[in-house]
Write a protein that binds this ligand. Structure first.
Ligand code: CA
Length: 230
């Protein structure tokens, strides 16, 4: 069952989102506040694949809900619904572990494509069957458990972050274009700005680099993209 939690205080938008997700085969639980969303998450025993989160909410905001959910699960898919394009920079700076964002107003097909893409990433976490380790410098990537260890220490990654690391490590030393990373990780129906790649890379550097401001492993290829350099 594809289970999704929708958090949106505007009734019209919430109904629109719920109806379109249900039509696409999702089982939807919807709430109007962040507090209710956290309660729904707890009551379900964390049994959601994806959470769609409005940012401006009456009580605690979407950023805080995102932070708390990410602390409970590295696997769950988290997508922000943002009110304005101008909010993108703010979202970028405060991603708090989210995997993607959709800017309002959005079409049903755009919304569903983005949710489907994140849902597939989440499913890969439990369905991955190939046992394989990639060893690179101090890192060991296990493609079966979809985990990354550095010097024997587990690094807590979201599924999207894991996917980026796996992609770059598989092509280590080779520059990968941002749009290529976007297509491989977020899916072929790309509605997302490549900026989301940069947001995730910044967050990854904080997690894996000794000195995130002078990255050694996750290097920028100026005007092009990124590469993995063990
Ligand atoms: Ca709102």
């Amino acid at each position: 069952m594809k289970r999704i939690l929708v958090v949106e205080d505007e009734d019209a938008i919430r109904s629109f989102v719920v109806i379109n997700l249900q039509r696409s085969g999702y089982t939807v639980v919807d709430t109007a506040t962040g507090e209710q969303a956290l309660d729904a998450y707890e009551q379900s025993g964390g049994d959601f694949d994806v959470v769609l989160l409005d940012i401006t909410l009456p009580g605690i905001d979407g950023f805080e809900v995102c932070r708390r959910l990410r602390a409970k699960s590295a696997v769950i898919g988290l997508i922000f619904l943002t009110a304005r394009t101008q909010e993108m920079d703010k979202v970028g700076g405060l991603m708090m572990g989210a995997d993607d964002y959709v800017t309002k107003p959005f079409s049903p097909s755009e919304l569903v494509a983005r949710v489907d893409a994140i849902y597939r990433r989440v499913q890969l976490a439990s369905n991955s069957s190939k046992a394989e380790s990639i060893v690179s410098g101090p890192f060991v990537l296990n493609t079966k458990s979809r985990t990354l260890h550095k010097e024997g220490r587990l690094i807590d990654l979201t599924q999207v972050e894991y996917q980026i690391v796996e992609l770059l490590m598989q092509h280590h030393g080779a520059a990968m274009e941002r749009t290529k990373i976007l297509g491989e990780v977020w899916g072929t129906e790309v509605y997302t700005d490549a900026k989301i790649v940069d947001v995730n890379i910044r967050r990854l550097r904080v997690k894996i680099e000794d000195e995130p401001s002078s990255p050694v492993y996750l290097q920028t290829v100026w005007g092009y993209g990124y590469k993995w350099c063990p």
